[in-house]
Design a protein around this ligand. Structure first.
Ligand code: SF4
Length: 62
């Protein structure tokens, strides 16, 4: 499974990077991006939580 951020939707609130910093980081443009990694099993719960909690539903974990 991987994380994806829709930059058209992201408002740069930083929530996902706080919830799951192993997968989501802030990009130079001030918006989040997902690292190009297969999400480790131990980080799946946090990644899914970030997906759920993003206020603009910009995250997909699939
Ligand atoms: S939680 Fe959503 S809106 Fe906030 S930085 Fe992450 S992707 Fe962007």
């Amino acid at each position: 499974m991987k994380g994806f951020v829709d930059k058209e939707a992201c408002i740069g609130c930083g929530m996902c990077t706080a919830i799951c910093p192993k997968v989501f980081i802030m990009d130079q443009d001030g918006l989040a991006k997902a690292k190009d990694i297969d999400i480790p099993e131990e980080d799946m719960e946090a990644a899914k939580d970030a997906e759920l909690q993003c206020p603009v539903e910009a995250i997909k974990v699939e």
